[in-house]
Design a protein around this ligand. Structure first.
Ligand SMILES: Nc1ncnc2c1ncn2[C@@H]1O[C@H](COP(=O)(O)OP(=O)(O)OP(=O)(O)O)[C@@H](O)[C@H]1O
Ligand SMILES: [Mg+2]
Length: 151
């Protein structure tokens, strides 16, 4: 890890939207990757709704990419790629090269991406960030954000 961590605790979905939009989205630039790392139902997709709002994308457009594998949202100045590797097994040959080529200057959020971080590293030209999400209670979540690579 190459930088300090940012840590947030939220007590509602609205608070998660707010930190996603106001605290984290402004830190990423086109070409970057954000790996969303947390158990089932912790809030990876919910976080993404807040995140896309920063780019003037309607949060209601965001749905889980578990079955589509990838959803693409068009923002005012860049595309957001929302990927989910939940159904892809470790060691499988994933479309990283195609994904990164397609991503170009967009920002890519990857649910369950941590298991492929080494492979992602080989292809990505921007920075890789990791957001770890922990469930502290029914509506309480902890978010730990850090930079993983410096490009
Ligand atoms: N503070 C909070 N932040 C985010 N979500 C919360 C919070 N409190 C409660 N929730 C609820 O937790 C659930 C999070 O679901 P979400 O689909 O975002 O999780 P996920 O991590 O994407 O799950 P999956 O691994 O199945 O894709 C939602 O039902 C949401 O309403
Ligand atoms: Mg999800």
């Amino acid at each position: 890890m190459v930088s300090d961590k940012l840590r947030f605790i939220t007590k509602s979905v609205e608070e998660t939207y707010k930190i996603a939009k106001e605290k984290i989205a402004p830190l990423l630039k086109g070409g970057d990757i954000l790996i969303l790392d947390g158990d089932l139902g912790t809030g990876k997709t919910t976080f993404t709704r807040g995140f896309v709002e920063y780019f003037n994308i309607n949060p209601n457009y965001v749905s889980s990419p578990t079955f589509t594998l990838i959803n693409v949202y068009k923002g005012n100045e860049l595309f957001i790629y929302h990927v989910d590797f939940y159904r892809i097994l470790e060691g499988n040959d994933v479309f990283f090269d195609e994904l990164m080529e397609m991503q170009d200057k967009g920002i890519t959020l990857i649910e369950w991406g941590r298991k492929f971080i080494q492979e992602i590293k080989e292809y990505v030209e921007g920075n890789i960030y990791i957001l770890e999400i922990k469930r502290l209670g029914e509506t309480e979540r902890e978010f730990i954000f850090e930079k993983y690579t410096d490009n």
